[in-house]
Design a protein around this ligand. Structure first.
Ligand SMILES: [Zn+2]
Length: 310
């Protein structure tokens, strides 16, 4: 008889579509000593029904927090110190542009960014929205200090409970490249919590890497830490359904898979030089790659989703 206890290190079903058709697919690849310490040895399980894949088992919470605080986030600090961020960038402009196709943002309504990173979305929101009130859910003190010293009137919530105490619901909530950093088992509850913070006529914009590991393209590729969840278009549909939300829009965007990024960046640099924008840093350049962020393409590197209340 199959015993659950004997197999406690093997997941029983897909955390997104709840199918039992899940299989160990490949190891989670680690690229540094710091990652090895934080993640240890994890296996990526793939759901053949919805294409969601997830690293398993869950790793030590403290080690993981320490990795993000001491090794992952400091990558961004230099950009703050150089004054490269927060600036409006094309990616967040494209995300907000999409949001505005599906909701009306009135004066002084709330824009909430979860996992804001360098805060590009906040400056973009100031440009594009009608006198927005800005809020983030963020734990890192250093990131909070950077952002609050540069963006006036920014509301900072340390977690969902804090955010819930704020009576104002958000008209637009953004999760840009956050969700893939969570563990598969946490995603449905996390999204339900986020849905609770949303105005009835608001939208959640989710952007994640386009990473259906069932596809031939990914056959010999690795799933890299610190990503611990890997999304397909099908899995996003199941996710929306399970959290009781309407998936208003989904599409792949960005640079086509397999393209030579170096060549692509050089071409963009040539163009910017030709219009007099010389010596542009790579960080700022990323903000100008229009085609990358506005163009829908089947094999695009990211999935962008609009979720609304049913
Ligand atoms: Zn599934």
């Amino acid at each position: 008889m199959f015993s659950k206890n004997l197999n406690e290190n093997i997941p029983e079903f897909c955390p997104i579509c709840f199918s039992e058709k899940i299989f160990p697919d490949r190891p989670l690849s680690l690229t540094s000593e710091d990652q090895l310490k934080a993640f240890g040895k994890l296996t990526i399980y793939l759901c053949s029904k919805c294409g969601f894949a997830f690293a398993y088992p869950r790793c030590n919470h403290e080690e993981l927090n320490s990795y993000y605080e001491n090794h992952y986030r400091p990558r961004f600090y230099k950009n703050f110190e150089n004054g490269d961020w927060p600036i409006p960038d094309m990616r967040s402009i494209a995300q907000l542009y999409l949001a505005l196709l599906f909701c009306q943002f009135n004066k002084n309504e709330l824009f909430l960014d979860i996992g804001t990173g360098v805060g590009a979305s906040l400056t973009s929101a100031c440009m594009m929205l009608n006198y927005p009130e800005l809020a983030i859910i963020e734990k890192s003190k250093k990131l909070i200090d950077f952002l609050t010293s540069r963006i006036q009137g920014l509301n900072v919530f340390s977690d969902f409970n804090e955010a819930r105490k704020n009576n104002k619901k958000a008209k637009i909530i953004l999760l840009s490249h956050s969700l893939e950093h969570f563990f598969g088992n946490d995603i449905i509850d996390l999204m339900k919590n986020i849905n609770d913070l949303l105005d009835d006529k608001g939208v959640i914009i989710v952007e994640v890497p386009n990473c259906d590991l069932r596809e031939e393209y990914f056959k010999n590729r690795k799933g890299y830490a610190p990503h611990t969840s890997f999304f397909s278009i099908d899995s996003i549909k199941y996710m929306a359904n399970n959290i009781g939300m309407n998936q208003s829009y989904i599409n792949a965007f960005g640079v086509e898979r397999g393209i030579d990024i170096k060549y692509y960046v050089e071409e963009q640099k040539k163009y910017l030089n030709s219009i007099g924008m010389n010596n542009i840093s790579i960080v700022r350049l990323a903000g100008y790659l229009m085609n990358t962020y506005f163009k829908t393409i089947n094999s695009g590197g990211v999935l962008r989703v609009v979720l609304s209340k049913q």
